[in-house]
Design a protein around this ligand. Sequence first.
Ligand code: PLP
Length: 367
Amino acid sequence: MWFKRMPIEKESPEELGYYKIKYNLAESSIRDYNLSQLNVELKDLTLSYGPHRGDIELRELIAQNYDNVSSEQVLVTSGAAMAIFITYIVLLKPGDHIVVLHPNYGSNIEVPRSLGCKVDLLKLRFEEGFKLNLKKLEDLITSETKIVSLTYPNNPTGAMISEKDLKKIIEIIENHNCYLLFDETYREMTFDQKLPLAASLSPRAISIESLSKSYGLPGIRIGWLVTQEKSLMESFLAAKEQITICNSVVDEKIAISVLKRRDDFLTEIKSQIKKRLKIVDSWMNKQKDLKWIKPQGGVVCFPRIEANVDVKNFYKILFENYGTLVGPGHWFGFKDHYFRLGYGWPSEEELKKGLENISKAIQETTK
Ligand SMILES: Cc1ncc(COP(=O)(O)O)c(C=O)c1O
């Protein structure tokens, strides 16, 4: 097994240096909070190891947000990234078959590849409105399939599925005796009704969520997974103990404090997202050289440049002349005519300016 760095990580804003980017439309979260905005008292905190499953109060706060989930079914991890890694490393061995949604957050595809698994991609297509085709999903599953891995709301498309589809997917994976890894990192940013938590519907489903995207707290590295299966939880915990033993008690303390005020945070965050999406929508309506599938959740969308642009130059000019960064299609294994536009991170003014800059860079690089 070996890992190679993914372009999305190598070229990420934090690796590039935030200070170099004036209009950051490359992020997949809301704007990161500053510790002083959170009003968390840390000075009496004892810096001991924490409970290995995660602080009990934290796990209770997490479980309370779902129907039919208890705190024993929650394992706190270092971000959703670790939850994904643990799920795969416990359930897969080299040569196993897995079906993964594409496009997707890279680790969902790269980890099983690195483990030497046979990975079949379930491809969402722009021409089909990035809609999930359940028939295609079922056709890809074989008697060897161990996991079906889906991410909804999807990154980078913002696509969503219905509750009816989720229930059908659960039926499919149960009939085929495989597991469902359901990456719900963007769950709190669903525009319509949230889905029931996948893990609450079946012992064969593992749900993954985190505070990074919807709460703007990627720097505290708090995520979690949920499973009903006790023996699986024991194996997940064993894997976590091998990696890190427990989470940082500092991170957990901050997470508890925020989740106690969850509704206040999310009400404000959701109203900001709505405003930003309106700005993108009205800008998109004026773009003859761009097409998009309007997102149904999250804070990203995945438009396509229709003009005959010199793509390499487009990104170069956009960044070097206009200080604007977006996520190029190759971050997701797509052509660079697609790009991920993150509209939740910049301020309204930055967003408007960044969008104007995209229009200018397209014009200047059209052949
Ligand atoms: C769908 C999805 N899952 C998981 C992650 C990892 O997030 P974190 O480890 O910060 O919780 C990301 C980050 O971009 C993501 O987009």
